[in-house]
Ligand binder design. Structure first.
Ligand code: 5GP
Length: 118
């Protein structure tokens, strides 16, 4: 069973403009902004503007808008941060490490020999 979407989660507040963010991309369906606690330089988050708790309850039509943005920003971030690769991460439910309950994709540029922090 899927838990209800909490309209007051921190990313919902960012979408409503109640909490500031360092915006890097926005379109009709999608917002991307820098992660406040980056795991590597250039760590950003891509979220849909509609409320999904995580990937498990997401509308595939929404994903069809969001995934190309993840791709575009992965390419752009790799370039901008002169990275060797890009790590894409996405967590569903607390047991899997999710802490903010609005669907989001981590885009993390990676350099050779630079391990991810835990
Ligand atoms: P997850 O739910 O995928 O485990 O992690 C949520 C991510 O959101 C973390 O990387 C965390 O640093 C980031 N985060 C939490 N609160 C804020 C916030 O208020 N602003 C921004 N930009 N990022 C946040």
């Amino acid at each position: 069973s899927v838990q209800a979407y909490d309209e007051n989660n921190i990313f919902a507040k960012i979408l409503k403009g109640e909490i500031p963010c360092h915006k890097v991309y926005e379109d009709e369906h999608t917002l991307a902004f820098m992660d406040v606690m980056p795991q590597a330089p250039g760590h950003l988050l891509v979220i849909p503007k509609t409320g999904s708790r995580n990937l498990l309850d997401a509308d595939p039509a929404v994903l069809a808008h969001v995934i190309p943005v993840v791709q575009k920003l992965a390419v752009a971030a790799k370039d901008a941060f002169e990275a060797d690769g890009v790590f894409i991460a996405q967590f569903n439910e607390p047991a899997a490490g999710q802490t903010v309950f609005h669907l989001h994709f981590h885009v993390i540029p990676r350099r050779e020999g630079e391990p991810l922090k835990p």
